[in-house]
Design a protein around this ligand. Structure first.
Ligand SMILES: [Zn+2]
Length: 394
């Protein structure tokens, strides 16, 4: 169904399917007002266009169990394996209100619900406020319209609207003192703690790979693009850079953690460059007017495809040497072999996804150019069958 995909993290990034998939019923309009009411306190008010009997939000670890308090009298929240469900003992309702505390925990394969910035700002993942509604036995996706308000003096930056699925999944909204800066066609919001070498890498590799993808895949960016970079946990060992691109929602988020964030080292630049090229590849996979990301079975296509597109772009733009790309491919091939070639694990999706694309014997650029044409022409999501049809015709 339309459960979303985890994150994309070979080095950890994300990737989601939209709410409101081909198999979902047309959504019910829901106005969602998110208010920052105190430092770590948020108030969220839902208003439904028609009465509903349940509000169902995809489970996300302990977040709602621990930090959500239902304010609407008579209403409660129950947590099941797939959904946290808010209901009023089966009675229809048109509004629901909750109070939420900032949550610092996270499940490794999901987006964090809140990202704290070094400037005291907070980014809130709006996707965790979205889900489905029930009207008796009927289930509808939510066609969400958000309004956001911050504390006095606080700057609020909303994620771009979801172009592919209007009212569908949204990304991170920022509440805090920072302002976004323009970088080419993108808006970028840097945590003030972002070191210079990472600012350079994110902007430079982002611009170069975008330019390359635009020419190679003969497509302009369709989304307004907001890039958000937060920094934290600088005491933890090593270096971690996670990225996430949100389907149709015009946003790439990066989270930087670890002692080595301050360390400008060629190996870390390579790693960061790959993360950026991978996320920008997702943005190009979605530079289409319909179709796109499929279900969980197709995750290896999006992730392995983004890996293959990224390696090509890194080589063609000179960000990576042949040796670096060869070593990376060898490492991923070894990981895939250990997994027996399967794409049913987190590592397998990336490593074996890349191996599968490498084995097709078709250039990644003509292949993905044809896939984008196919998804747009038919409206069907990217799939194994689509790839096979294209490969057999070449
Ligand atoms: Zn990815």
């Amino acid at each position: 169904m339309q459960r979303f995909l985890g994150l994309c993290a070979a080095f950890l990034m994300l990737c989601f399917a939209p709410l409101g998939h081909a198999d979902a019923q047309p959504g019910l309009a829901v106005a969602v007002n998110v208010r920052h009411v105190a430092k770590d306190l948020w108030r969220v008010d839902y208003r439904f266009a028609q009465p509903v009997t349940a509000l169902k939000l995809y489970s996300i670890g302990e977040f709602r169990k621990r930090e959500w308090k239902v304010l609407t009298p008579g209403m409660g929240m129950a947590s099941g394996p797939d959904f946290d469900v808010m209901a009023s003992k089966g009675k229809p309702f048109k509004a629901a209100s909750v109070q939420i505390r900032t949550f610092d925990g996270w499940s490794p394969k999901e987006y964090v619900s809140f990202a704290r910035f070094g400037d005291g700002g907070t980014a809130v993942y709006l996707g965790h406020l979205q889900g489905e509604v029930d009207q008796g036995k009927k289930t509808l996706s939510m066609r969400t319209d958000f309004t956001l308000s911050g504390l006095a003096q606080e700057n609020v930056i909303a994620p771009p609207p979801n172009r592919l699925a209007p009212g569908g999944r949204r990304g991170y909204a920022y509440f805090g003192p920072a302002q976004a800066v323009l970088a080419g066609a993108a808006k970028v919001l840097f945590d003030p703690g972002t070191p210079q070498w990472l600012r350079e890498t994110i902007l430079d590799v982002g611009a170069k790979t975008s330019g390359y993808y635009e020419k190679a895949y003969q497509r302009q960016l369709k989304d307004e693009l907001l890039i958000m970079v937060s920094v934290g946990n600088l005491e933890s060992p090593g270096f971690s850079m996670k990225g996430g691109a949100i389907q149709g929602a015009g946003q790439v988020s990066y989270r930087l953690e670890g002692k080595q964030v301050q360390l400008d080292h060629p190996k870390l630049r390579e790693y960061a460059s790959k993360t950026v090229a991978h996320e920008m590849a997702h943005i190009w996979q979605l530079a289409i007017s319909r179709g796109g990301i499929g279900d969980e079975q197709a995750q290896w296509i999006h992730e392995g495809g983004a890996e293959a597109m990224a390696l090509d772009a890194l080589l063609q733009t000179g960000a990576w040497s042949e040796e670096t790309a060869l070593a990376y491919r060898a490492k991923q091939a070894a990981t895939c072999e250990k997994l027996g070639g399967a794409v049913d694990t987190f590592d397998g999706i990336y490593a074996c996804g890349l191996v599968r694309f490498d084995k097709l014997g078709v250039g990644i650029v003509p292949l993905w150019r044809s896939m984008m044409e196919a998804t747009e022409t038919t409206g069907a999501a990217y799939s194994r069958q689509m790839i096979d049809t294209i490969v057999s015709a070449k």
